[in-house]
Unconditional design. Structure first.
Lengths: 405, 470
């Protein structure tokens, strides 16, 4: 008797279609079976895990104090994973005392050593998981293993190691990252690198300065951005070298970093940066100046109010309004600038801060203004436009009923 | 004649095979990409991102036209989103109902002079408002522009952030959706110019206070079939196209774009039927012509839930409109086809759309007609026909179940056994007669467009209130 395969073969070209039908139906069956089996397995697994987590939680203190010998659970990978997860999650929210206790537990139970081993010996996703988990322990002895991960050929492993080092959040980790980027250049996406460095350099931002001097290209931009985030008043003089940099990203970072510096030093520099040819450098400078809430910044902020970029105008207006002093004098100067976009931005910021009524009252009550000046300012406040000018809103908004733009 | 019919039947078979094979390849790419994405997310910390000074500001633009039933819930939902620097612009697009009044009551709006610079075309603006309850909320009240595109353009003219996120006012975003959709931008801000998120079907789910409380499968068959369609389109199609940097559509219900780029291409085209597809294709063209190194990403986990049509008439209109939108974009961009200057877009993405999306209803319906004709003339090979039917059915079902599997192993939003069982059963049921009906709607869309009906018509929806928990 002929086998089914022989019959199929005899069908010639039709056999191809029949085979395809068999394959498609089998694929459907397999997909369905996979979905069902996976669901059933996961349901069972989660129920078992939930039960075990509850039991472990009941004896948590005894577990981490070592009252329950570590040997009783270390060999069981199911228990070990649960305990490690609970410990690492607790780490995220723990205060210094509790962190110390948890770190001691992780060390004594050998969990850190195990992760160090996995981070060095495993490959693929398991290694990446080990690298991130090692970083979450914040144990300094994990840094060498993470540093080895940074030098891996696989970019995903490098990223995992970088994230792990970022979670260490200590200057030693920053040193390793900086040494690595110094030697290899920017070989990972900028954001994870920035994030890791922001976390690690917060305590000692000075470590960035020497690397910033020698770095070039995109790496220099990344380091400058990090410096902008973590700068402290003690960095004042070091930041000055960035102010005149040819790279606009660096000048912007310097402007941002200057917000952390002594106002006496920052004012002149920021005033200079507020006139930079690049709009986002001016924007950063204006925001930083606004952050000082110091009336000495008023002339520069007024200059920013007449900027060609709308975001710079808006931030300058917000900074001027944010001063909450000399409102009438500032408003008078804004009107004297005869810049309707500047006036528009200023009135918008005043309204957004809900200070328009206050400004009206102050203008009314002002003793420095003549009656004519008061009337003039009140009129501008009421109409939102400069005299002999079209209303600012009409300038920018298509007129109702007009042809669609 | 007989030879023509035989050729036509075989051509249909090969067309169908090629179309399903293309989807199979996409399924494999998508499964691989999502697995990598899931693993990568394990080392991300979204809460850190939430407080990060590195997160760039985003302006959310939500056009609203006659949304009085759902506008309060929708705006509350947007205000609750997790993101450090957010501005929310609701554009009241000439609503004739109480949409603006509802917002004024709920969010205490007051007229302001927010900076409005008409960089992109839009109908006239009646007024600008800011909320006293939450200063991040700005409302633009404008004359009806006749399209969503026009309303979004008005929002673009007010936006002050470097990125804009365009959403539908009647959609529900998950709280961390913005954090998730921004991950590719934060990873590569210089190259990533736009990111699309996934749209899921809201019908049947319970929402409370603007937040999704419980995900359930809709009750009506027509809605369940749309769930499968959305899973297939997003979890397979867009995931795979995005992986190859060939994403041509970022859904109008949820996508993030670089503001300066959207303005540079002139914003949304007011008269476009498929404004979302049109914008992305113009962005591709603009950037490719400039020789820019850029990426347009798709992220499958920031979920946006939206209501889908629940009756055949509305669904038919929607699908006809989508088909019109497709032709409305593909025809003006026909010069990009097979031109090396337009890279993968011109050589793969656009030809695929022409062949397997635009021509699909024509080819399939002609194919069915020739099969019927061949049967009438007695020249149809019964064996061939049966084999083709079974094979086509089984192969298409593999793709549909594959999309359910993709959802199951990655995001697993349908936790109920019953829901999954129904979803899988509909993978077998959607092919007859829904698929044929779908083809007819799409053909109608093409016909309407060729007859000169280029109007954009909004669909009637029930609104978020109707989906609220009892």
């Amino acid at each position: 008797m002929e086998s089914i395969f022989e019959k199929l073969w005899r069908l010639g070209p039709a056999a191809l279609v029949l085979k395809a039908i068999v394959v498609a139906i089998t694929a459907n069956g397999l997909l369905l079976a996979f979905i069902l089996l996976r669901r059933a397995y996961r349901k069972r697994y989660f129920a078992k895990r939930d039960k075990r987590v509850f039991e472990i939680r009941q004896r948590w203190d005894a577990l981490i104090s070592g009252e329950i010998p570590f040997e009783t659970w270390r060999a069981n990978s199911f228990d070990r994973r649960i305990i490690e997860t609970i410990a690492l999650d607790a780490f995220e929210t723990a205060g210094p005392q509790e962190s110390g206790r948890l770190l001691q537990f992780l060390r004594e139970s050998g969990l850190i050593e195990k992760r160090i081993f996995e981070a060095r010996q495993l490959t693929g996703w398991r290694r990446m998981k080990a690298l991130v988990a090692l970083g979450r322990t914040r144990a300094p002895e994990g840094i060498p293993a993470l540093t080895e991960g940074l030098r891996d050929r696989d970019p995903e492993t490098r990223l995992a190691a970088l994230r792990g080092l970022g979670r260490m959040a200590c200057p030693e980790a920053a040193d390793e990252i900086l040494a690595w980027v110094g030697e290899r250049g920017l070989c990972v996406p900028a954001l994870p690198l920035q994030s890791a460095l922001v976390q690690c350099c917060a305590e000692r931002p000075q470590v960035l300065i020497p690397f910033l001097q020698y770095a070039d290209g995109p790496l220099r931009e990344v380091l400058a951005r990090v410096l902008g985030e973590v700068a402290t008043p003690s960095l004042g003089a070091d930041l000055l070298q960035l102010v005149g940099d040819e790279h606009e990203e660096l000048r912007a970072a310097a402007a941002r970093a200057m917000s952390h510096v002594e106002p006496a030093l920052a004012f002149n520099v920021l005033s200079q940066l507020a006139r930079d040819p690049t709009w986002f450098v001016r924007l950063r400078a204006i925001i930083s100046l606004g952050g000082f809430s110091d009336p000495r910044a008023i002339p520069v902020l007024l200059h920013g109010l007449a900027d060609s970029h709308r975001l710079v105008r808006l931030r300058a207006a917000e900074a001027l309004v944010g001063l909450r002093t000399k409102m009438v004098a500032i408003f008078q100067q804004v009107t004297q600038m005869r810049d309707r976009y500047g006036l528009h931005a200023y009135l918008t910021a005043t309204e957004n801060a809900d200070l328009l009524e206050k400004l009206k009252l102050e203008v009314q009550a002002s003793t420095h203004l003549s009656e004519d000046e008061k009337k003039h300012l009140q009129k501008i406040l009421k109409s939102g436009m400069l005299s002999s000018e079209e209303p600012a809103i009409a300038e920018s908004v298509p007129v109702k009923g007009a042809e669609r733009l | 004649m007989i030879r023509f019919l035989e050729f036509s039947n075989h051509a249909l078979f090969w067309y169908y095979l090629a179309s399903n094979l293309a989807y199979l390849v996409m399924l494999i790419v998508a499964i691989k990409t999502s697995a990598a994405h899931q693993r990568r997310l394990e080392s991300h910390r979204l809460p850190w991102l939430k407080e990060s000074p590195l997160a760039p500001p985003i302006t959310i633009i939500a056009p609203a036209h006659n949304e009085e039933a759902s506008i309060r819930v929708a705006v509350r939902n947007l205000l609750q989103l997790d993101y450090p620097h957010l501005e929310i612009i609701i554009v009241n697009d000439g609503s004739q109902d109480r949409t603006l009044l509802e917002m004024q009551e709920e969010f205490q709006l007051r007229p302001v002079r927010a900076v409005y610079i008409p960089e992109v075309k839009s109908a006239a603006v009646r007024g600008l408002y800011r909320s006293d309850v939450d200063v991040r909320l700005v409302v633009v009240d404008k004359e009806p522009g006749g399209s969503k595109a026009d309303a979004v353009n008005a929002g673009l003219n007010v936006a002050t952030s470097p990125y804009v996120c365009v959403v539908d006012a009647d959609s529900v975003l998950e709280r961390d959706a913005l954090l998730r959709i921004m991950v590719p931008i934060l990873a590569d801000p210089k190259r990533v110019v736009a990111v699309g998120g996934i749209i899921r079907v809201l019908n049947g789910s319970e929402i409370q206070g603007g937040q999704l409380r419980r995900v359930r499968l809709p009750r009506k068959s027509i809605e369940v079939i749309q769930v499968i369609e959305y899973l297939r389109a997003f979890l397979i199609g867009r995931e795979a196209w995005g992986q190859g940097n060939m994403l041509m559509i970022i859904s109008g219900a949820f996508g993030v774009f670089r503001t300066d780029l959207v303005r540079a291409v002139g914003g949304y085209r007011s008269r476009a039927i498929g404004e979302d597809f049109d914008l992305v294709s113009r962005m591709h063209r603009h950037l490719l012509e400039k020789g820019a190194d850029y990426r347009i990403h798709f992220v499958p986990d920031p979920m946006c839930w939206t209501e889908v049509p629940s009756d055949l008439k509305s669904l038919g209109r929607q699908r006809a409109r989508w088909q019109k939108g497709l032709l409305d974009v593909l025809w003006p961009n026909r010069d990009m086809l097979f031109r090396p200057r337009y890279g993968r877009i011109g050589c793969f993405a656009l030809p695929y759309l022409w062949l397997f999306e635009l021509f699909a209803p024509v080819i399939e319906i002609l194919g069915i007609a020739t099969i019927i004709l061949a049967a009438c003339l007695g020249v149809l090979s019964r064996e061939f026909f049966l084999q083709f039917l079974i094979f086509g059915y089984a192969f298409a079902t593999v793709i549909s179940i594959g999309s359910v599997l993709q959802e199951e192993i990655t995001y697993k939003r349908y936790n109920d056994w019953q829901d999954v069982a129904r979803l899988v059963s509909y993978c077998f049921l959607e092919h007859f007669p829904y698929r044929q009906l779908h083809m007819i709607w799409r053909l109608q869309g093409l016909w309407q467009y060729l007859r000169g009906d280029h109007e954009w018509r909004p669909l009637k929806r029930k609104g978020l209130e109707s989906a609220q928990a009892p």
